[in-house]
Design a protein around this ligand. Sequence first.
Ligand code: IYR
Length: 225
Amino acid sequence: MAMTHPHIPLQFERRPEAEQLTAFRNFLTSIATRRSVRFFSPEPVALELITNAIRCASLAPSGANQQPWRFVVVADPVVKRQIREAAEAEERESYQHRMPPEWLQALAPLGTDWHKEFLEAAPYLIVVFRVDYGLAETAEGEQRTKHYYVQESVGIATGFLLAALHLSGLATLTHTPSPMGFLQNILDRPKNERPFVLIPVGLPAADATVPDIAKKSLSDLMTIR
Ligand code: IYR
């Protein structure tokens, strides 16, 4: 029988346990210091670091390997300003009228408000789009292909992206101005793409602060049975 969908041998390195633990410790030491940063330095950052991190994100698993993501890198100050203005207009409305007291209370420890200076200060904004379905123009007209587990896939890729940027010595924020349909217009994306998250990337401002909050302990989040 012809193999229409061939498999190839897995490349997998078995490592001694001591080495596994060292590799883990190195990763933990680094990832444990990641914080969401809202105060950026305008210092430039090599585009190669951004490109490398997006390559890492593109290696994430996805539903049916459809890789339903698109990463738009914004470096142009004019576009960053447009994004800031549109985001602040939505966020001002949200903070002042749309978010219920319970939500505002949950956010209070973070110290956020509708001002989004970081959207102009950070040297890059990476806007992650989810590609909700495949779209191709053919002689017969528009052809759509169903995509599976888009939300989960793009979430995993975004995790890879954040980890890669952090390991490259860069600060990031996961920002979700709400609603964020304006990003589709400003960045001129096709109708099958929807903004998923906006990630300012750069170096932190010298006087950057972060909220004094903690992560849960393992016993509060892991169950073995
Ligand atoms: N999008 C708003 C509000 C906000 C919502 C959550 I959930 C956060 O974890 C942080 C902020 C903002 O960016 O300010």
